[in-house]
Design a protein around this ligand. Structure first.
Ligand SMILES: [Mn+2]
Length: 228
């Protein structure tokens, strides 16, 4: 069984499908998706439908919450137009479009229950999988700080290596150039973290515009250029 992780698909459904095709995902594999399926890219609904289809077909897909799904859930819950507006500006408008331009509170039950079921992290063997990272800057257990798990940036300098021990943190959320992700991968045994957000939806920004797939046990990375 191979284990793969992908993060920050951001509505790039064609790119997502091509990446799965290229790694030859099969039903014995485990696929971890680290959140931010929606917003910014052209086909957020398509990405969620791809996930549903994979599961229906018997693939093992475990999905985590990203800050963009959290914003959607908050927009649904709060009925506060200023909040909703902020989400729409941060890529939510493309998600609403992909669902047929309906007001977001018309979102079907199937999608609502998908978004509201997403956990903040998961653990598989020595891997901690999380959307953004872990907050080591307080006296609290980093695993208890859910808000940080989906929003935090620049947290590497605070890592408590005694706490982390042999575990490796796999995350997305902060887009990085492909070369930087590869350099990080070269040091992974020593540094014990890996960002896999290659900025898929930023196709016009130099160095970005790739969807990164990591095979966890071999630490191998695969990059799919944006096709959306
Ligand atoms: Mn994010």
């Amino acid at each position: 069984m191979r284990k793969f992780a992908i993060s920050d698909i951001h509505g790039c459904n064609k790119t997502f499908n091509e990446a799965l095709e290229n790694i030859g995902l099969n039903k014995d594999d485990q696929l971890f998706l680290l959140g931010d399926y929606i917003d910014r890219g052209p086909d957020s609904k398509g990405v969620i439908d791809t996930i549903f289809k994979l599961r229906e077909d018997g693939y093992h897909v475990e999905c985590l919450l990203g800050n963009h799904e959290k914003m959607l859930l908050e927009a649904l819950k709060r009925c506060d137009f200023s909040y909703t507006r902020r989400w729409l500006i941060h890529g939510g408008a493309q998600t609403v479009d992909s669902f047929g331009g309906l007001s977001i509170d018309k979102l079907g039950t199937k999608y609502r229950s998908f978004f509201s079921s997403l956990p903040y992290h998961t653990i598989s063997d020595d891997f901690i999988l999380v959307h953004a990272g872990l907050n080591f800057d307080t006296n609290e257990d980093p695993m208890s700080l859910d808000h940080s798990k989906i929003w935090i940036r620049n947290w590497y300098p605070s890592i408590d290596y005694k706490w982390l021990d042999q575990k490796i943190i796999i995350h997305g959320h902060t887009p990085r150039e492909k070369d930087e992700i590869i350099r990080m991968n070269d040091d992974i045994e020593f540094m014990r973290y890996q960002d896999i957000d290659a900025g898929c939806c930023y196709r016009n920004v130099r160095g970005l515009g790739h969807l990164c797939v990591m095979e966890l046990d071999s630490r191998k990375l695969f990059f799919q250029k944006n096709l959306d």
